[in-house]
Design a protein. Structure first.
Length: 402
């Protein structure tokens, strides 16, 4: 009969249970498109030798390996729940396993903005993990320009906008799409202040709309918030600063706890970065400073840990810069790489691993992407259904949802 070991396993050929590593602990499973990322804390007790790798396996047989946390398991079916086991290996064999579970989901990104500098009600979308051209999702309630956006895992939400870039044409309308199906938007409620050229960020439950303009030279320091699973009128969150973050078009992104707000315009271009704690209310706090001279008309997206800023303008030629910060810290941004070309007023959103951005002041239909965990230049993703500039992009797997 098998001989029990001190770690709860059994002696098997080619396996020494007294010398293998302990099990990984604090196992957490996050969703990707047809994949699961299995993160864990490495065992302190590595047995009789150094850990040579980790393996994660579903109870259906799919597996992945890696040198450290996280380990990715691919080839799974979206919407199906999987039980996962992960263990460490050394020269003596695999140790006992830690367990977790998760459900892979396709991450969708939806784009709503002006079409070739004209008002538009079109919503495009892509699957973030698949390089392809965009498809038509449905329509906004009316043809507008420059709304802001945020998203939960079930809804993409668009707030504000304008029927024309002039005073009196500003909208306070908040509308939403449901990720489970394509189609036109439904009414959610209203912002506290009608405005356009605003931006949005979110946690898993709360969306925050930041800044904006009335089209006649007034930039707002307003931040509103909504509970994304419900509907109704937004409530006041707090104010942006005048020295950093700006009141005009902003680059926004988030982790599950912290919102990052960069660039903007207030009497002049500002290059500061603000942050907020999404679960509370209150005024923004200075985070640091952007690099370069392109502080306004930028776009932003994030993973759970890293926030990126794309392009921008100094009211001259747009920039091709990509910059990033680590969300949990404070400090100035660092160079990430370059866009395919200089642009401003593009849109950006993300999955847990990939940033996708499109459109811009050249009124282009090009979609570009980067891998968030690394640095480097952007690459071609595909094309929008039409050339776009300004507006917003939302996704079902952005950094605030991870």
């Amino acid at each position: 009969m098998p001989i029990g070991d001190k770690k709860g396993g059994f002696v098997r050929p080619g396996y020494d249970p007294l010398e293998v590593p302990n099990e990984p602990t604090s196992v957490a499973v996050s969703s990707g498109d047809s994949s699961l990322d299995v993160s864990f804390t490495a065992p302190v007790n590595t047995g009789g030798g150094a850990v040579t790798g980790y393996q994660a396996t579903t109870t259906t047989g799919a597996s992945g390996t890696g040198a450290s946390s996280p380990v990715t398991i691919t080839g799974l079916t979206n919407g199906v729940s999987y039980d996962v086991r992960v263990w460490a290996l050394n020269a003596y064999g695999p140790g006992p396993f830690g367990t977790g579970s998760g459900t892979p989901e396709q991450v969708l990104a939806a784009f709503a903005s002006q079409s070739d500098f004209s008002n538009s009600n079109l919503i495009d979308y892509v699957s973030v993990s698949t390089l392809s051209n965009a498809s038509d999702w449905g329509d906004l309630a009316s043809a507008i320009q420059a709304p802001g956006g945020c998203a939960s895992t079930t809804r993409g939400i668009f707030g504000g906008g304008a029927t024309a870039a002039s005073s009196g044409a500003m909208l306070s309308t908040v509308q939403f799409i449901t990720w489970a199906s394509t189609g036109n938007t439904a009414n959610f409620g209203n912002l506290t202040t009608a405005r356009f050229m605003l931006s949005g960020l979110n946690s898993a439950t709360r969306g925050v709309f930041c800044g904006g303009s009335n089209g006649s030279g007034t930039q707002y320091n307003t931040m509103d918030y909504i509970t994304m699973s419900s509907s109704g009128t937004a409530a006041g969150f707090g104010s942006l600063t005048t020295t950093a973050g700006g009141f005009g078009p902003l680059a926004t992104s988030s982790s599950s706890t912290r919102g990052i707000i960069g660039g903007g315009y207030y009497a002049n271009i500002v290059s500061g970065i603000n942050y907020i704690t999404i679960a509370s209310t209150g005024n923004a706090t200075s985070f640091g400073t952007l690099t370069g001279s392109y502080g306004t008309y930028m776009a932003g997206c994030s993973s759970a840990t890293r926030s990126l800023f794309f392009g921008g303008s100094n009211f001259g030629i747009g920039g091709n810069d990509i910059q990033y910060v680590t969300i949990a810290t404070t400090g100035n941004s660092t160079d990430f790489g370059d866009l395919l070309s200089a642009t401003a007023q593009c849109q950006a959103s993300s999955s847990p691993t990939r940033g996708v951005f499109n459109g811009g002041t050249a009124s282009t239909n090009v979609i570009q992407y980067i891998t968030i965990a690394t640095t480097g230049n952007a690459a071609d993703f595909g094309d929008l259904t039409t050339s776009r500039v300004g507006g917003t992009s939302v996704s079902s797997g952005n950094g605030g949802l991870q």
